[in-house]
Write a protein of this length. Structure first.
Length: 94
């Protein structure tokens, strides 16, 4: 159900302002804006965009730190798969 997921430029005037865009297969899909955590657009944000895009939403997660350090990614160190799954389950509730 997912057509594509990619980083895109969000402003022609500010080329460093980018975001992760998920485009579903269907046209006229409802939109969803995902606000990144303090960690940037890391693997968790990628998973959220992939998840909601697969459900049929046009999904965008903009890089909110682009003026300070474009594309910064700070990874969360979750030691076990069980804790990672628990964090994912909490994240998708919202």
């Amino acid at each position: 159900m997912t057509k594509s997921i990619s980083m895109v430029q969000l402003s022609k005037d500010f080329p460093d302002f980018k975001g992760l865009l998920g485009v579903p297969d269907q046209e006229n899909a409802p939109g969803l804006l995902i606000i990144q955590e303090i960690f940037g657009i890391n693997h968790v944000m990628h998973e959220l965009v992939e998840h909601y895009t697969s459900l049929g939403y046009l999904t965008l997660c903009p890089d909110l730190f682009w003026r300070f350090q474009p594309g910064i990614v700070l990874e969360i160190q979750i030691k076990t798969k069980a804790l990672r799954r628990q964090a994912w389950n909490i994240a998708i509730v919202f």
